[in-house]
Write a protein that binds this ligand. Sequence first.
Ligand code: ADP
Ligand code: MG
Ligand code: ZN
Length: 476
Amino acid sequence: MEFEVVIGLEVHVQLNTRSKMFCSCPTSFAERQNTNTCPVCLGLPGALPVINREAVKKAILFGRAIEGKINRRSLFNRKNYFYPDLPKGYQISQFEIPIVEEGFLSIEKEDGSKKRIGITRAHLEEDAGKNIHEGEISKVDLNRAGTPLLEIVSEPDMRSSEEAVQYLKKLHAIVRYLDISDANMEEGSFRCDANVSIRPKGDGKLYTRVEIKNLNSFRFIQRAIDYEVERQIEAWEEGVYDDEVVQETRLFDTQKGITKSMRGKEESADYRYFPDPDLPPLTIPESLMKETEEIPELPDQKRERFVEEYGIRPYDASLIVSTKETATFFEEMMAEGITPQNGVTWLTVELAARLNKRNLSIEESPVDSRRLAKLVARIEDKTISNKAAKEVLDYLMDHNVDVDRVIEELGLKQISDSGAIEKLVEEILEANRDKVEEYRAGKEKLFGFFVGQVMKASKGKADPRLVNEILRKKLS
Ligand code: ADP
Ligand code: MG
Ligand code: ZN
C-alpha cells in the first residue's frame, strides 16, 4: 500500500519587543536569575496585566505578511495548567478569537513550481519561565516568564519532511525580514512542534497524529519527522497501528535519532480556557492599522525584484534571499557597481564555500560586502585574474587588509601589457618549434598547450584573453 504523509506545524516565535507581554520588565535573559521580574510576571495576587502595544503591532505585521485576516477585536484567555515555571497557574493566550487567521505562505518545490501552505492562525501569548535542574536541586528562573510569543499554527498541508523544512525556513525568513523576532533556534526564540500522521494515498481523512516536541534545528525536524513516519507505516504494515499510533506528545531524542512517548495528548478542554477577566478584549485602533500598512520587503518579493532588476537566475535569487543578511550583503555589493552575475558567483560560491569551511554565517564573515565587491571589481577591470582573486580571498579570510594592498603584496597583478605578453609568447614558440610545426600541420589541439605554457611562464599573471589573442596571431 502507498502512504501519504500529513504534517502540520506549530511554531512559537519570541517577539523581539523591549518589554514583556503584560508588564514593563525587560525581555533580556542575560541578567541574574529572577531579576527581570515584577508582581505581574511573578503572578503575585492583585497585580494587573497591561497589553504590550509593540507586541500587538508585530503580530499585525506578521498577519499582513501572510495576507491573513487581522481580527480588529480578539480575546485573551487563561489556559490553565500547573507547572513550576508558570507562577500564575495559567498562561495568558488567545483561544476562540486570535489576532490573525487564515493566511498562507508559498514554498518552492524542486521543479520550480510553488505550493501554498495554509496558516490557520497566529495568536499572542506569554512565555513561561525556565526550570533549571542541577543535580539534586531544581531551580526556577522567571526572567523569561511573560515574554511575548506569537504562536503560528499551520494547516496540515505538508506532505513530506522536506516540505516541512521548506515551510519553516520560509517562515523563519519572513519573521527575520519583518524584524519581529531574532528567530534564533538554538536560543529558543523560534521553536517548532511537528504534528505528524500518515494515511493511505488517496484517502482524504485525517488519521491519528502525534505531536513531536523539542525540535531546535532544521536538521532535527527533518530527522524526527522521517523517523516518526517510518514508525507509523511500520505499525500499519504490521497490523498494530491502532495500538502503537495514539494521539500523544512525543519527544525527539537527538542522540538516538528516535521519538519517544512523553505524555498523552491533552485536549483543549483539559485547559479550562476562559476569557481573562483582567484583560479587556483587544481592539486594534485605526492608528495601529495605519502604522502597519507598509511592511518591509519579503523574501518572495525580493527574489522577484532581484531577477527583474539584476537579471540573475531565479535559483540564484532564491539562494540569496533565503536569509535577510545574505540579501543585504548582495545588495551592498551591487551598490558598488559590479556585474550582478559576478556578484552572485563570488557571494554564493566562493565566499559561501569559505564560510562553510569555517562554520561561519554571513554575519560573521571576515570579508564584508564592500571588500568582496572590490575584489570582484579588480577582476572586472583586469587587474587580477579569476584564479588570483581566489588567492586574494583566501588571504582576506584571515587578514583584515585592503584588497589592493593584498594584490600588491602577493604580487598578483595581472600582466595586461600586450608587449610583455608578446615577448612571452615568442619565447614559448621559440622553445617549442617542433610543436609549432605540428600545430601548423593540423594538430590544433596543441593550442591549449601553448596557452598553458605562456600562463605558466607568467606565473599565472598574464591576462588569458590577451594570451589567446596574441597566440592566434603568431601561430597563424
Ligand atoms: P492542538 O492545539 O491541540 O495542538 P490543533 O487542532 O490546533 O491542535 O492542531 C495543531 C496542529 O496539528 C496544526 O498545525 C494542524 O494542522 C495539525 N494537525 C491536525 N490534525 C493533524 C493530522 N491528522 N495530521 C497531521 N497534522 C495535523
Ligand atoms: Mg498544540
Ligand atoms: Zn514583569
